[in-house]
Ligand binder design. Structure first.
Ligand code: GLU
Length: 475
C-alpha cells in the first residue's frame, strides 16, 4: 500500500461506507461504488458501513431505501452493523454547526432569500461572480437582529484548496470560487454538505470512495474537517460509468438499475466480477471470483477515464460464472431467480431432474432464462407439446423410427455408453446418420429442436419417462 491509500495518519483500521440517497432504485453506478467500498474494506480486514442519506425529506422514500437494500443484498454486498439514517442524526449535525460557530469558523447569516437573490441579480448585471457574499460574515454581534439565522462556513476567499485524491491526483480549487456554504439553515435543519462530513467523521470512515461527481463537494467538505480539526479521509473519486457510445449512462442505453439485471437473470457473482472490472483492472484478469477480487482490489487500479458498459462482456463473464458454480449452489440461485421474477417454484421432480442434469445445462448459459430454456425438457411433463419446428421433425417416417426404438430401450442399462450403442445401431438399421435420428428424438423428448444432448436428456429424465415420451410422440 502506498502512502496515498494507507489509512489516516493514525494507521487506523480501514472503514469505508456506501451512502446512497434513497430517491429511486440502486443504479448500477451506485452498485459499483458500493462494490468498490466493500471489496476495499473486506480485502483489508476493514469495516464496510451503510448510511442512507435521507436528509432530503421530500425526495427520500422508504420504498427507495428498501429497493437499495434489496439491490445490495442481491449483489452479495453485506454491510457491518446497523444501517445509519442520516436524518436521525440531525441533532448531532446541528450541534457541530453550533460548535463551528463558537470556534469562529462559521457565522450567523441573517440574509433572507430575497436579499440573496437581489445580491445575485446585481452581480449578474455587473458581470461579477454570483457567489453570495454575506454582509454578516464579519458583522459586529451588537448588530445581530432578533430573528432566525442560517449558519455559514467562513470559507477562505483567497488561495486554493487542494484535494489529494488517490484516483484524480491533486485537484486544485480556487477558493474565490467556493462560497460560504450554509451548514445549518435558518429553520434549524442541517445541510447535506455538513451532514456527510459529520457522519463520516463520527462513523470513523477512513476512505471515501464515491463517484467523481462529488469531487467539488470534497473541496467544500474539507473546510468542515479543517474547521473542526478532524482528519480528512483518503479520497477516491471514481469516474462515472458511460454507455457503450461513451456518453453518460442513461436509460437510453438499456438497463441501469441493479434489480433490472437481477430480473434479466444475470448471476450475482458474474455481476460482481463485471462491475469490479468496470473501471478497475488487475493486470489482464477478466474472470475472477469475489475472493480473488477482495485480495487484489486496490485504489491504484482504478482508472481515471470513464469505463464503458459492454453488454457482450457482461454476458461472457456471467456465462463463465454459471459454468463455474457448483451444481447445488446453482440450483439454489436458479430457484431464487424464479422467485424474484414471480415464477412458480420448482416441484420435487423438477428439482430432482435439474440437480441431476445441471452438469449438462450450465455450460454455455449466460443467464438464468437461458439455463431455463435449456432445461425445458426437464421442467415439462407429459404429454410434451412440440413447438412448430419440433412438430415438423415428427413426420410419419420419424414416428415409425421412434416406435421401433422403444422396445430396445426397455432393456438398456441406461448408461451413456449403452444408449449410444443402441441409438447408432438403430440409426444404421434405418440407413440414417445419427444426426437425422436426433431431430425426432429432440422433438419427442423436449418438444424443441435445440436441446442438450439426447443422451443427457435421457439420462436426466430416466427410462420410464423417456419411453413414455417416445410413445406419446409416435402414437
Ligand atoms: N448521497 C450521495 C449520493 O447518493 C453520496 C454522497 C457521498 O458518497 O459522499 O450521490
Amino acid at each position: 500500500m502506498t502512502d496515498a491509500t494507507s489509512a489516516r495518519a493514525d494507521g487506523a483500521k480501514i472503514v469505508t461506507r456506501f451512502a446512497p440517497s434513497p430517491t429511486g432504485y440502486l443504479h448500477i453506478g451506485g452498485g459499483r461504488t458500493a462494490l468498490f467500498n466493500w471489496l476495499f474494506a473486506r480485502g483489508h480486514g476493514g469495516t464496510f458501513l451503510l448510511r442512507i442519506e435521507d436528509t432530503d425529506r421530500e425526495r427520500s422514500t422508504p420504498e427507495a431505501t428498501a429497493a437499495i437494500l434489496r439491490g445490495l443484498t442481491w449483489l452479495g454486498l453485506d454491510w457491518d452493523g446497523e444501517v445509519v439514517s442520516q436524518f436521525e442524526r440531525r441533532d448531532r449535525h446541528a450541534e457541530v454547526a453550533r460548535e463551528m460557530l463558537a470556534r469562529g469558523s462559521a457565522y450567523r447569516c441573517y440574509s433572507t432569500p430575497e436579499e440573496i437573490e437581489a445580491f445575485r441579480e446585481a452581480a449578474r448585471a455587473e458581470g461579477r461572480s454570483t457567489l453570495f457574499q454575506s454582509p454578516w460574515r464579519d458583522a459586529d454581534p451588537a448588530t445581530w437582529p432578533d430573528g432566525p439565522y442560517a449558519i455559514r462556513m467562513k470559507a477562505p476567499r483567497e488561495g486554493e484548496t487542494l484535494v489529494q485524491d488517490v484516483v484524480q491526483g491533486t485537484v486544485k480549487f480556487r477558493n474565490d470560487q467556493l462560497d460560504d456554504m450554509v451548514v445549518l439553515r435558518s429553520d434549524g435543519t442541517p445541510t447535506y454538505m455538513l451532514a456527510v462530513v459529520v457522519d463520516d467523521h463520527d462513523m470513523g470512515v477512513t476512505h471515501v470512495i464515491r463517484g467523481d461527481d462529488h469531487l467539488t463537494n470534497a473541496a467544500r467538505q474539507q473546510m468542515v474537517y479543517d474547521a473542526m480539526g478532524w482528519p480528512v479521509p483518503v479520497w477516491a473519486h471514481i469516474p462515472l460509468i458511460h454507455g457503450p457510445d461513451g456518453k453518460k449512462l442513461s436509460k437510453r442505453h438499456g438497463a441501469v438499475g441493479v434489480e433490472e439485471y437481477q430480473r434479466m437473470g444475470y448471476p450475482a457473482a458474474g455481476m460482481r466480477n463485471y462491475l469490479t472490472r468496470l473501471g478497475w483492472a488487475h493486470g489482464d484478469a477478466e474472470f475472477f471470483t469475489s475472493e480473488q477480487a477482495k485480495e487484489w482490489f486496490d485504489l491504484e487500479g482504478i482508472g481515471r477515464s470513464p469505463a464503458r458498459l459492454d453488454f457482450k462482456k457482461l454476458e461472457n463473464i456471467c456465462g463463465q460464472h454459471i459454468a463455474a458454480t457448483p451444481d447445488a449452489a446453482l440450483l439454489q440461485e436458479l430457484e431464487a431467480y424464479l422467485a424474484s421474477v414471480g415464477q412458480p417454484a420448482l416441484d420435487e421432480q423438477q428439482r430432482d431432474r435439474l440437480s441431476r442434469g445441471m452438469y449438462a445445462l450450465k455450460d454455455r448459459a449466460k443467464t438464468f432464462p437461458e439455463l431455463i430454456e435449456k432445461a425445458h425438457f426437464a421442467l415439462v411433463s407429459r404429454p410434451i407439446v412440440p413447438d412448430t419446428a419440433a412438430a415438423g421433425a415428427l413426420d410419419t417416417v420419424s414416428r415409425g423410427i421412434l416406435k421401433s426404438l422403444t422396445p430396445r430401450l426397455r432393456n438398456a442399462s441406461w448408461t451413456k455408453g449403452d444408449l449410444e450403442a443402441i441409438l447408432s445401431e438403430e440409426a444404421s438399421a434405418h440407413g440414417l446418420s445419427f444426426g437425422k435420428m436426433a431431430a425426432p428424438l429432440r422433438a419427442a423428448l423436449a418438444g424443441r429442436t435445440v436441446t442438450p444432448s439426447v443422451y443427457d436428456m435421457m439420462l436426466v429424465i430416466g427410462r420410464d419417462e423417456t419411453i413414455g415420451r417416445l410413445e406419446d410422440a409416435s402414437a
